[in-house]
Design a protein around this ligand. Structure first.
Ligand code: G3H
Ligand code: 13P
Ligand code: ZN
Length: 313
């Protein structure tokens, strides 16, 4: 099976009122766990690679591991750069075989963000690669942002359509209250579905939106980490019901990294506590890979993309 872009995936997701999971990868076990789940669930898939992942594992290793998975699992996949911070990293990933890149200009002014995004779009489209951009800022509780400033960080619905038109981006990440990491909310979790609704009314029909920071931080995984010697108190994510709700809207791509990290860590910690004599890496990496598979299968259920098939992509 070949590498594909996200274009048809998003069209189907929008029409079918579901979302596609975009999972961050850093090593072979994570890649294999994700592919196992996707194959078993017959779900579409986006594999995403951050700058940190490229630095850790090297671009070529990750690309070859993904290529190997295409052969072994025989499913089509999009390979996406997560949070590209400048033109150079986007160019490097486009030239290096990625089918999708994110240029994250959210820290710049509206005009600067458009300018940078358009530059990446022009280069990417020339090579058949699609581009995700971001408008608004994802602010978590750890960012220490005051309530008034937090409001300013949400995506401005009135700007969204202009941004899409002028930058030419193929999908847009929006800020409606999610944030990265395991500490997303202090009190009751809240997402601004009202802002999402406004954005959808103002952008072209069928245009794909992206939700970053969408891990649910399942409490059983947090408890397992803590039970086996971890220290992640008070971790809280986006409830799975909210992810399910967002997946039925114009949100076509949902980014998940933290939940994979938690699953993997809990599994490894468990082996170390229960079998202190274990030092064969396969003894703890095999359960870690299995834990990744299980958490991805759980995600697929809430995203609604299970059984959506690979044939039409
Ligand atoms: O949004 C960020 C992703 O979770 C990737 O994290 O930059 O530590 O690889 P990373
Ligand atoms: P989480 O930290 O919620 O998993 O978000 C990951 C993400 O948005 C990657 O871009
Ligand atoms: Zn993100």
């Amino acid at each position: 099976m070949p590498l594909i872009t996200t274009t048809k995936m998003f069209e189907s997701a929008h029409k079918g009122n579901y979302a596609v999971g975009a999972f961050n990868v850093n090593n072979m076990e994570i890649i294999q766990g994700i592919f196992e789940a996707i194959k078993a669930s017959n779900a579409p898939l986006i594999i995403q690679v951050s700058a940190g992942a490229r630095k850790y594992a090297k671009h070529e290793y990750l690309m070859h591991l993904i290529q190997a998975s295409l052969e072994v699992y025989d499913v089509p996949v999009a390979v996406h750069l997560d949070h590209g911070e400048d033109f150079e990293i986007c160019k490097s990933c486009i030239d290096g075989g990625f089918t999708s890149v994110m240029i994250d200009g959210s820290k710049y002014s509206f005009e600067e963000n458009i300018k940078l995004t358009k530059r990446v779009v022009d280069y990417a489209h020339d090579k058949g690669v699609v581009v995700e951009a971001e408008l608004g800022k994802l602010a978590g509780i750890e960012d220490n942002i005051k309530v008034a400033d937090k409001d300013a960080a949400f995506t401005d619905p009135d700007q969204a359509a202009e941004f899409i038109e002028r930058s030419g981006c193929d999908s847009l990440a929006i800020a409606i209250g999610t944030s990265h990491g395991a500490y997303k909310f202090k009190g009751t979790p809240q997402l601004r579905f009202d802002i999402l609704e406004k954005i959808e009314k103002l952008i072209p029909a069928g245009y794909p939106l992206v939700l970053h920071g969408a891990s649910s931080v399942p409490q059983d995984l947090v408890e397992a980490c803590n039970k086996y010697g971890g220290k992640i108190p008070g971790a809280q994510g986006v409830p799975e019901t909210m992810i399910a709700q967002a997946s039925k809207t114009g949100v076509c791509k949902v980014n998940i990294d933290t939940d994979l990290r938690l699953a993997l860590t809990a599994a490894i910690r468990k082996v170390f506590v229960e079998d202190p004599g274990a030092f064969d890496p396969r003894k703890y990496l095999a359960p870690a890979r299995e834990a990744v598979r299980q958490v991805v299968e759980r995600k697929i259920k809430f995203l609604g993309c299970g059984g959506k098939g690979h044939e039409a992509l």
